[in-house]
Design a protein around this ligand. Sequence first.
Ligand SMILES: Cc1cc2nc3c(=O)[nH]c(=O)nc-3n(C[C@H](O)[C@H](O)[C@H](O)COP(=O)(O)OP(=O)(O)OC[C@H]3O[C@@H](n4cnc5c(N)ncnc54)[C@H](O)[C@@H]3O)c2cc1C
Length: 386
Amino acid sequence: MNPAAAPPPPIETEALIIGAGPAALFLAFQLGLQEIACQLVDVLPAPGGQCHALYPDKPIYDLPGLPVCSGRELTERLLQQLRPFNPPLHLGQLVSGLQRLPDGRWQLRSSVSGDGGNSEQEWIAPLVFIAAGVGAFLPRKESVAGLEPFERGPSAQVCYHGLPAAAAAAQHIVVHGGDAAAVELALELAPPPSAGASGRVTLLHRSPRFQIEPALQGALEQALAQGRLQLVLGQPVGLDCGPAANLAQAPEPAPQDARPALQALHLATPGDGHATLPCDLLLPRLGLSPKLGPLADWGLALERKHLPVDSATMATTEPGLFAVGDINHYPGKRKLIVCAFHEATLAAFAAAALLRPGQRQLLQYTTTSPRLQQLLGVAGASAAAG
Ligand SMILES: Cc1cc2nc3c(=O)[nH]c(=O)nc-3n(C[C@H](O)[C@H](O)[C@H](O)COP(=O)(O)OP(=O)(O)OC[C@H]3O[C@@H](n4cnc5c(N)ncnc54)[C@H](O)[C@@H]3O)c2cc1C
């Protein structure tokens, strides 16, 4: 990103949904049926919220009409159902600010983290739906002091999402973590079997046990046996820094990156030992942790970190501001996906009434309503089906 570039113009939409979990995805579908244009923003790199980020391959048994369905499959089905409305989905963006404009609409700010630094986007909408679940899922950070400066800039050496531009030139890549995301990334970066043994990629974990499926465990053991990957047991406790010599081949280092380079990690190893691990690119994959974060600073009335709503409409006490899914609270609330779907439906009806006061609201069925079928792009299909 060019630091001098002008910020992008605000994006205006009828409804902005904060989150892209199951509540948000079904809400976007229901808003589509109400002919309300919406956009979704989520800090995660993929939609699906908890279902996709925390338990993509685990079975869900209590969805109506779906006896068993994994978190990943549910997300895919929700996205498929949403396709006729095709609302813009903005991923990797943390909504950090929310305030009321003098004309009554909402102004929001989101920040995007990328290889080239941070950029901001502004949003303006009369309707805002908070579908933030248990909070924004952010990567768990390394607890070593002094790492933060290495997370920024075109030649960043510490990267919690994706790969930085400097990855191609790195000589000692360390992937830190013990779950499938860490092991899959280490295997992806390891040279192919034909290239033989290589000391370039290290998988660093505190113990020899990994939280992975047997097939992935097999692939890991094979890569270790072939020497394409090395496993080091330990926990980072300090850094070695020096001149940026080993990143000299990085593409066009920016002047602000004329700073010491990360060269090695100091490790506490099992049995009170110590070790030094060469490292010019650290890729922590330590899991995700939900942070209520920005939402707590928006001056909204929260009850034990939840937004109280009217259970008939999912409206908060702020006109034009709704909350659905795990983030809301009302008497009898249950944090279940099926309840989030019900809430999304009621919220969409309430939003339509607010946006178009005086217009009669008809309850129409997707099975029989030509209008709804037109919106869904299936007009004529039911007649053809007999
Ligand atoms: C292991 C496990 C198993 C489960 N099994 C079941 C089950 O069998 N049946 C069932 O009904 N439920 C189950 N649940 C619960 C279910 O997953 C949740 O009820 C559901 O995900 C809630 O959906 P949601 O859309 O409200 O929130 P979430 O799924 O949490 O999605 C919220 C999204 O909002 C994003 N977000 C939050 N704040 C911001 C911000 N400021 N800016 C940008 N993005 C933001 C988050 O990154 C997240 O992606 C299970 C949960 C877990 C952890």
